[in-house]
Ligand binder design. Structure first.
Ligand SMILES: C[S@@+](CC[C@H](N)C(=O)[O-])C[C@H]1O[C@@H](n2cnc3c(N)ncnc32)[C@H](O)[C@@H]1O
Length: 433
C-alpha cells in the first residue's frame, strides 16, 4: 500500500514533505561521508520481495570496487542476508520502503544526529532530529565500511595537494605523506561536525583564520572543503610568523588563482582580524594556544579549534598535594598532569566564556604525539558561568596554580566574568612564545 496516496490530501502533502526532508538528510549525509547507518524497523509484513518475516534492515555505506555502495543486512529470525547496492539504487530502495510504509520507522545515524522518520498507525509521517549518542572522550566516529581508510573528505586530485607535495603530478598519494593525508582528512571531518552544530551552519559568509598555519596543509584543506566541496562563501586566512612559509603559501594561492584565501605574515599575540567566525590554531607552541583562544573569544568566533603543543607555563607552579605526592614524584607524571591541567583549564575557561567545549583525541598516537584537540562551539544562549568559575577556583587552589595565560588575557580584557577568581596578581606572561 502506498500510504501517501491513500491519505487525505492535507496529510498526504505533509507526508511528502517529511519524506523529502528525510531523503535530503540521507543524501546529504552520504555525500558528506557522514552516514553511519540507516536502520529500517517495525516491519509491516507486506513487501513481496522481503517476505513476511524480516525483522529489521541495517544499511551501511561501504567502499567497494566500483565506488561507494550501500550494504543491506536483512535480518530474519533464523538467518541474515546481505546485499550491496550502488548508492543511488540503495537510496531509492530505502525511500520506496519508507513511502510504502513497508517499515513504520526509518532511523538515519550520523556522528552528530539521529534522524527518525516514523509513521503513525493512521499513516501520518513525523520526522524528529535528535542528538547522536557520542561517548565522552572520543572524537565523532568515522563512517563504517569495508575499508574505512579509503573514506576521505577531500579528493586526492585537488590541485593544492600536489602543490604542497602530498600528491604527485598524477594525483597519487606520495607514500611518505600518508600520515599527513590522514591528519588532513580527520581535521576536516572534525571541523565539519563542529560547523554543522554551530550557529554558522546557516550563515552565508564564513571567515576562518588559521594561526601558526605553517606550510598550510590544513589551511588549504579547510578552504578547499568549504569552497569546493560545500560551495560555501568562505574567506580563509593563514597567519604565520615565518616569512619563508608565508611566501611559499602565497605562491600556491597565486599559481592556483584561489579566491577567498590569503596568507599573511603575522603574530598571534598582536593580530587583529577584520572578521572571525572560526579560529583555528593547531600545534601552536605553549601559550601561543592561549593567545589564539583569547583572540577567538574576543572576536566572538562561533568555532574555536585548537590542538595544543607543549605545556610549559603551569608545570613549575604545580604543588604535589597529598595524597598525589608519591605519584607526582615521577617527572613524566608531573608533565602529564601539567598538560591535563593546562588544557582542562582552557576548556573550562571557554565554557565560562559561553562555549560548549570538548577535549578529545584528534588522531591516534601512531600518527603524531600531538594528538589532543580542544573544540569549542559557541552556545546559542548565555548560561550562568558561576558553577564553572567555582570549579576553576577549586582546581587552581588544590594544585597551587597562580597563573594561567588564557585566564590572565581574558581578565586583562574584562572578558572573564565578574567574580572569576585569579590567584596571583602578576600576569607573568612571557614576552615571546
Ligand atoms: C608546529 S607548526 C604547526 C603548523 C600547522 N598549524 C600544522 O598543524 O600543520 C607551528 C607553527 O606556528 C608558527 N608560530 C609560532 N609562534 C607563532 C606566533 N606567535 N604567531 C604566528 N605563528 C606562530 C611557527 O612558525 C610554525 O610554523
Amino acid at each position: 500500500m502506498n500510504l501517501t496516496s491513500a491519505l487525505p490530501d492535507r496529510v498526504a502533502d505533509a507526508n511528502v514533505a517529511q519524506l523529502a526532508r528525510f531523503h535530503a538528510l540521507l543524501t546529504t549525509a552520504l555525500s558528506q561521508g557522514r552516514c553511519l547507518k540507516v536502520v529500517m524497523a517495525h516491519y509491516m509484513g507486506a513487501d513481496a520481495e522481503l517476505g513476511p518475516d524480516v525483522q529489521r534492515v541495517m544499511v551501511r555505506p561501504v567502499e567497494l570496487k566500483g565506488g561507494l555502495h550501500l550494504s543491506f543486512l536483512l535480518r530474519y529470525p533464523t538467518k541474515d542476508i546481505t546485499k550491496n547496492l550502488l548508492v543511488d539504487e540503495g537510496v531509492a530502495l530505502l525511500m520506496k520502503w519508507a513511502q510504502t510504509t513497508a517499515f513504520r520507522n526509518a532511523h538515519l545515524h550520523t556522528p552528530t544526529e539521529e534522524v527518525q522518520l516514523a509513521f503513525s498507525k493512521k499513516g501520518k509521517a513525523s520526522l524528529r532530529i535528535g542528538k547522536a549518542h557520542v561517548s565522552e572522550g572520543t572524537a565523532p566516529a568515522e563512517p563504517a565500511g569495508h575499508n574505512r581508510d579509503k573514506h576521505r573528505f577531500l579528493e586526492l586530485s585537488r590541485p593544492f595537494l600536489h602543490e604542497l607535495g602530498v600528491t604527485d603530478a598524477q594525483g597519487q598519494l606520495i607514500p611518505a605523506m600518508s600520515r599527513k593525508w590522514k591528519q588532513i582528512n580527520k581535521f576536516v571531518e572534525v571541523f565539519s561536525h563542529a560547523l554543522e552544530r554551530s550557529p554558522l551552519a546557516d550563515k552565508k559568509q564564513i571567515n576562518v583564520v588559521d594561526f601558526g598555519s605553517g606550510k598550510g596543509y590544513l589551511t588549504f584543506a579547510i578552504h578547499d572543503w568549504l569552497r569546493h566541496t560545500l560551495a560555501r562563501e568562505a574567506q580563509v586566512t593563514g597567519v604565520e610568523l615565518r616569512d619563508d612559509l608565508v611566501k611559499l603559501c602565497q605562491g600556491v594561492i597565486k599559481r592556483l588563482s584561489l579566491s577567498g584565501m590569503d596568507y599573511e605574515q603575522g603574530d598571534v599575540r598582536d593580530y587583529h582580524p577584520a572578521a572571525l567566525n572560526v579560529m583555528i590554531a593547531l600545534h601552536a607552541c605553549d601559550v601561543a594556544t592561549d593567545y589564539a583562544i583569547h583572540l577567538g573569544i574576543r572576536a566572538g568566533a562561533e568555532i574555536i579549534m585548537c590542538s595544543p603543543c607543549c605545556h610549559k607555563q603551569i608545570r613549575p607552579q604545580l604543588l604535589s598535594p597529598h595524597p598525589l605526592r608519591p605519584i607526582l614524584q615521577h617527572g613524566i607524571h608531573l608533565g602529564q598532569e601539567a598538560e591535563m591541567l593546562t588544557d582542562g583549564l582552557r576548556a573550562l575557561l571557554l565554557d565560562a566564556a559561553g562555549y560548549d567545549t570538548q577535549v578529545f583525541e584528534f588522531i591516534s598516537l601512531e600518527h603524531t604525539n600531538k594528538n589532543k584537540m580542544i573544540l569549542a562551539v559557541k552556545r546559542d544562549q548565555a548560561t550562568s558561568p558561576d558553577e564553572v568559575i567555582q570549579q576553576i577556583k577549586d582546581i587552581k587552589a588544590f594544585y597551587g596554580i597562580k597563573e594561567h595565560c588564557l585566564e590572565s588575557l581574558l581578565k586583562a580584557d574584562g572578558l572573564v566574568p565578574i567574580g572569576m577568581p585569579l590567584l596571583g596578581a602578576d600576569t607573568g606572561i612571557p614576552p615571546s612564545l
